[in-house]
Each structure stands twice: as C-alpha cells, then as structure tokens.
Design a protein around this ligand. Structure first.
Ligand code: HAM
Length: 422
C-alpha cells in the first residue's frame, strides 16, 4: 500500500477530513477568482520548479525557508533546481524575463498553486500546501497597498470567514531598515543567552526574525525590544499613515502590530498579515507586503510592487468548521439498459440549454444499488427512465428530501422548472 508523502494531502470528493473536500476548494478558488477579477487581476501561471539560485537570491540566504526548508535537487544536467517554496520569486522572474518592466510595467497578476516547504507538519502546516496569491507591479503609492488590503478584506467577507484580525506594520525603506537592524542588534546582543537556540544562531544574520519567535523565553525578551517605528524615515511614516487613513476611510479595521515581521527578506515597506483565533498555532491566513527592490534585484528595471499570498488549507480549515460545501448534481438520471442513449441525450439537452449538473448512472446493476449511488451523490432529484417512459415521453422525478415523486413530461423546461423550484 502506497501512501501520500508525509505532510502532503489528497483533496478529494467526500474526503475523510472535511477541509480536504474538493468541493470546498473549488468554492474557494471560484470566489477568489471572482473577487480578484473584479479588481483587475489576471491569471499568471509559472512553473513549480525554478533554478535554486532564484530563491536563494530573491528570498534571502538567511531566511528559514532558504536555509532549511527547500526541496532542492540536481536534474539530469546537474543543474540545481528547487520546488518553489512560494510564488513571488517565480512571478517576478517571469515579469522580468518577458520584459513587462519596460513595455507595460503596471500589472496586476494572480495565481493559485502548490508550494513546497520541508516544515514539521501539524494542523495548518504542510509540506505541500496551496496558495492563492497576487502581485501588483508598477505602482508605489499608499493607495496600491490600501487597495490590496481592501480587496483581501472583501475576499474574507465574501468567503464568510468570520472574525479576522488585520495586522499591519512598516519595515520602512532600506535606510530605515539598516537603522532598525542596528538598533535591534544593540538591544539583543547583551541578552543573547536568554534567547532560544535558533534565535541565538540567526540573531546576527537575520535579527528581525527573533521578533516573531513563538518561544516564551524569546517573547519575554522581545517585549522591550525597540519599536521599528522609531527608526522609520519621514517618508516611510507618511506612507504608512496614509495607508492607515485609506483603510479607515474604506471601513477596513486594522491594528498596527509593532512586532510584525515577515519570513522573507524582500519586503521593503508596509507589511501585513490576516489572522484568526480559530486555527490554533498556525493562525496566519495570509501574509504580504510591499517589495520595491526585488524586480531590480532579479535583473529588471526599478519597479515597485506589492503582493500577498493566502494559505488555501487554512481557509479550508476555517470554512469546513462552519459550513458544509459539497458538489451535488441537480439531477441524477438512472436509465434502464435499453434506453441509455436516450437518457444521455436528455441529460445533454439539460446541460446545454439550462446549464444543469446532470449525472447519468452508467454503472448499471440493481435499481436498489443505483438508488444508493444516487443518494451518495447528494443529488436532490432522481429520475428513473425505462422504455415506457421514453415511449410516452413522461417520467417521475423524485425529490430526495421529501421522498415525493411527481410526474413530468420529458422536455427540458418542465424538468428544469421542477428542479429549480426546489
Ligand atoms: P508567507 O507568509 O510565507 O508569504 O505565506 C503566505 C501564507 O501561506 C501564510 O499566511 C499561510 O497561510 C500559508 N502557508 C505558508 N506556509 C505554509 C505551510 N507550510 N502550510 C500551509 N500553509 C502555509 C509568502 O509566501 C509570500 N510569497 C507572500 C507574498 C506575495 N508577498 C508578496 N507577494
């Protein structure tokens, strides 16, 4: 018996674990595509595998993701390749490679697909996980940050996610960041021994990451750490305040979280995370922010950008706890063997003219078995068709909730009328 690789999930119809129900994933993707499309985002699809160097360069050598979580391998030509741990680097690579920075720098792109990180699996954290993400290139204004978060707030509302906390912070421009890094290191060095082992080792290379360490010993050291706001340049402060004002004007509630940092090095200004108390330790539903230097660092012209990625498993976990979404046919048709072709033609007509979801039972067998399958399909209406029904052009539609059977003429409109009335 083969099993899926540890930390990697199968998303299936009728999955044992409610959050892995494929209908729920379809629903999430459908709502996200609609909301993102309403804001002018268009789909971008980039490969799952990229040159390792792209991630090392783009995300930062000292990040946890690059230093210990990447699935890296040599291909047959001895090139070092990596399964993407996130999608921003690949999307920026594509933006640069295809010359958008020069010919049409303002682009709003979105994507959905699997990412891979060799993390310790637990609820809400997997080794293959899916993101719905978006990147907005070519605009540096506070309005572009605000629009991104307003759109995400809309997405959460449309998905009916319930209580979501929006945390924002600013890491400032590169100068502010250098100043803050120095201030933080001055604070941390004398206290190094009080930090956990992992923070001690990453303190010099990536001191900002110590700010969001979940270990109690680090948390207590960090309560008095310098606030990044004290190192921000005037321009960075003005930008941040304007984003806050735009969000308030749009009725999007957010809280400034002075200790909010991100696990990737490319961020340059406003950063944000949406979280929920309903998910336990892995409480971040989505994260993102501004990254104004990455396009240039990866070989393109200087281009500002802002983006985010949502964790699909985390959305699915949240939603599966509150709603049951399953894909069900509108009508389940059971033909006797002699009228399979006629039944298929009727189903085809109902799909083509009325867009109905019609499943025809082609597995055959006893009527009892077929009715059981109809029930398992979740269909609300079932119709059994034999030679008599086809000859007289009439049949009986069974409403599976009431158990009642009502006669219909086998023309689409009458069937549709009964199904849609229910
Ligand atoms: P990230 O914060 O690393 O950002 O990931 C975004 C979201 O992906 C997280 O908030 C979480 O919901 C989900 N996620 C991350 N790791 C896992 C995991 N191991 N298992 C399940 N879900 C996970 C990025 O990836 C950036 N590329 C976002 C971005 C786009 N920034 C700018 N543009």
């Amino acid at each position: 018996m083969y099993k899926a690789v540890k930390g990697m999930n199968d998303v299936l119809p009728g999955a044992g674990e409610a959050f892995l129900e494929s209908a729920l994933w379809e629903h999430i993707e459908h709502v996200a595509a609609r909301v993102l499309g309403q804001y002018g985002y268009r789909r971008a699809q980039v490969p799952i595998v990229e040159e390792t160097q792209l991630f090392a360069r783009g995300l930062g050598d000292a990040t946890d993701i690059v230093s210990k979580e990447m699935y890296t391998f040599s291909d047959r030509g001895d090139r070092s390749l990596t399964l993407r741990p996130e999608c921003t680097a690949g999307v920026v690579r594509a933006y640069v490679e295809h010359g958008y920075g020069h010919k049409a720098p303002v682009q709003r792109w979105w994507y959905m697909g699997p990412m891979f990180r060799a993390e310790r699996p637990q609820k809400g954290r997997y080794r293959q996980f899916y993101q719905i993400g978006a990147e907005f290139f070519g605009v540096a204004t506070p309005a572009s940050d605000a629009e991104t978060m307003i759109m995400l707030h809309r997405l959460c509302t449309e998905l009916e996610l319930g209580d979501v906390t929006i945390k924002i912070n600013s890491l400032g421009d590169p100068e502010s960041r250098v100043a803050y890094r120095a201030a933080l290191l001055d604070y941390l060095r004398p206290k190094a021994k009080q930090l956990c082992e992992s923070c001690q080792s990453r303190m010099e290379t990536n001191p900002l990451r110590t700010l969001d360490c979940k270990r109690p010993e680090c948390k207590s050291v960090m309560t008095l750490a310098p606030d990044v706001a004290d190192s921000l340049s005037l321009a960075a402060i003005t930008h941040f305040k304007e984003v806050e004002a735009l969000l308030a004007g749009a009725g999007v509630p957010c809280v400034r979280e002075p200790r909010l940092v991100r696990g990737l090095d490319y961020y340059t200004g406003v950063i944000f995370e949406f979280s929920t108390s309903a998910l336990g330790a892995q409480d971040a539903i989505l994260g993102g922010g501004r990254y104004d230097s990455l396009v240039e660092e990866l070989g393109g012209p200087s281009t500002p950008a802002v983006g985010f990625a949502v964790g699909v498993e985390r959305l699915a976990l949240l939603l599966s706890a509150r709603t049951k979404i399953s894909s069900r046919p509108d009508l389940y048709l059971i033909p006797f063997p002699e009228v399979v072709a006629e039944c298929m033609a009727l189903a085809e007509d109902l799909r083509r003219t009325h867009g109905l979801r019609v499943e025809v039972d082609l597995a055959g067998g006893k009527l009892k078995t077929q009715m059981k399958r109809a029930d398992q399909s979740g269909a609300l209406h079932v119709m059994v068709l034999g030679a008599d029904e086809i000859a007289s052009n009439t049949g009986k539609i069974k409403d599976m909730r009431s158990g009642e059977s009502l006669p219909v003429v086998l023309i689409s409109d009458e069937i549709v009328c009964m199904i849609t009335k229910a």
